[in-house]
Design a protein around this ligand. Structure first.
Ligand SMILES: Cc1cc2nc3c(=O)[nH]c(=O)nc-3n(C[C@H](O)[C@H](O)[C@H](O)COP(=O)(O)OP(=O)(O)OC[C@H]3O[C@@H](n4cnc5c(N)ncnc54)[C@H](O)[C@@H]3O)c2cc1C
Length: 370
């Protein structure tokens, strides 16, 4: 499905005004017109370009999944619930400082630190949560800055805007960490390299985070402000079902909010997302339901495998087998997300359906709808 001759105007009318924006940031920061402001993408002035890369890179505009998969893995899009992968493990950091600051096992922070120490990357495009608890894109240039970004903020963040703002002649080797929509946008950028921006050849690897949904920053932040002293919050967490809680860790103890209340702030666009495990990343990292302090680590590409090997060889990453029941559960959760999203896309009417067309093969669509 072609995206030819569509630009900012169509991005605004077809995606942003339809509440389909995921705030990945791929459209922002590279031209004078689009920028993120208070958790939204806003247009500063009218852009008259008829074919904008802003439209092309958006994870909610059509994508040929086979072409994306061929680009990353050299094979067509996998029908496996978790996408193409080489291996899947449980992993966690050995470093107690990383474990103390990280969301779960600190696998992401450890892999980034190893990549920096070994000279595989010079900087990493991450998400850092400031005292006001709003997540912001952040370029970490050393290991201590990588550590500053550890931990999850469940509000969406325009991570790729930080990439777009890098100088065109930037020669740093980069890592990008993002949720599945951000990873998909990064692949779309690699497939059709951006004009007048830092080369996508500089991206050494992409680390994907599992994601079921993200929260809308303006609404959720206002909601949190009413009940919490945000600067004192140490960490947010969503424990696995059946907990149905959103936990907030503060110096005076843990406060739990009902997940039903929190769900009201889920970005509407997440309902159309087919990807729970960031299928186009070099490695993907999530929790292991029911095993505290460990991550699930999916190794997808040769680059990802080499990075994990390096971390193992340095003795900084502990690796164990992922129990079969946890793998089965992960696949089930991933499949549920795909089925739900595809049904939602199918039930969408008119032009919006074409827009959200996910580029799945007829056999996979049929399998998901059965
Ligand atoms: C919105 C969201 C939803 C998630 N949903 C699930 C889920 O359903 N199931 C599951 O198993 N895991 C989910 N995760 C992933 C999980 O929270 C951890 O990020 C992951 O397990 C890695 O843990 P870690 O200890 O290795 O991370 P750490 O070493 O603590 O590193 C975390 C990294 O996450 C990045 N980050 C933080 N906030 C954001 C954000 N808003 N957007 C993009 N990047 C961010 C930071 O740059 C940091 O480098 C979600 C994460 C996010 C951000």
């Amino acid at each position: 499905m072609a995206n030819e001759m569509k630009g900012c105007k169509e991005l605004i009318s077809e995606v942003i005004e339809k509440d389909l924006c995921c705030l990945c940031g791929a459209c922002a920061g590279s031209c004078p017109y689009l920028t993120s402001y208070k958790g939204r993408i806003v247009q500063m002035d009218n852009c008259t370009l008829s074919d904008g890369q802003c439209y092309q890179y958006c994870p909610r505009t059509p994508v040929d999944m086979d072409a994306a998969s061929l680009h990353v893995f050299g094979v067509p899009y996998s029908e496996d619930e978790m996408g193409t992968f080489k291996d899947v493990f449980m992993a966690r950091a050995r470093d107690s400082v990383i474990k103390g600051k990280a969301q779960y096992g600190g696998t992401v922070t450890t892999l980034l630190s190893v990549a920096m120490e070994e000279g595989l990357i010079d900087s990493a495009i991450l998400t850092r949560t400031a005292d006001d608890k709003i997540p912001r894109p952040f370029v970490a240039r050393n290991v201590s800055e990588v550590l500053q970004a550890a931990g999850s903020n469940y509000m969406a963040c325009s991570v790729l805007e930080a990439y777009n703002r890098l100088p065109e002649d930037n020669s740093d080797k980069l890592a990008i960490v993002g949720v599945p929509c951000q990873v998909l946008a990064a692949v779309k950028m690699k497939m059709e390299p951006p004009r007048h921006r830092c080369s996508t050849d500089n991206i050494a690897f992409v680390i994907g985070l599992f994601c079921t949904w993200a929260l809308s920053p303006p609404g959720f932040h206002d909601f949190l402000k009413t009940s919490l002293n945000l600067p004192s919050v140490i960490k947010f967490d969503i424990p696995p079902p059946p907990a149905n809680r959103f936990d907030v860790y503060t110096p005076s103890g843990q406060v739990s909010l009902s997940l039903d209340q929190v769900r009201e702030y889920i970005m509407p666009t997440c309902a159309y997302c087919l990807d729970m495990t960031a299928e186009f990343a070099d490695v993907s990292v999530g929790s292991v339901e029911g095993v505290e302090g460990w991550n699930t680590l999916i190794v997808r590409t040769d680059e990802g495998a080499r990075l994990v090997e390096k971390a193992k060889a340095k003795g900084v990453l502990e690796i164990d087998a992922l129990p079969a029941d946890k793998l089965a559960h992960l696949k089930e959760a991933s499949l549920i997300k795909k089925k739900r999203a595809l049904k939602k896309i199918i039930n969408t009417t008119g032009d919006d359906k074409n827009l959200l067309y996910a580029g799945l093969s007829p056999s996979l669509s049929e399998k998901l709808l059965s």
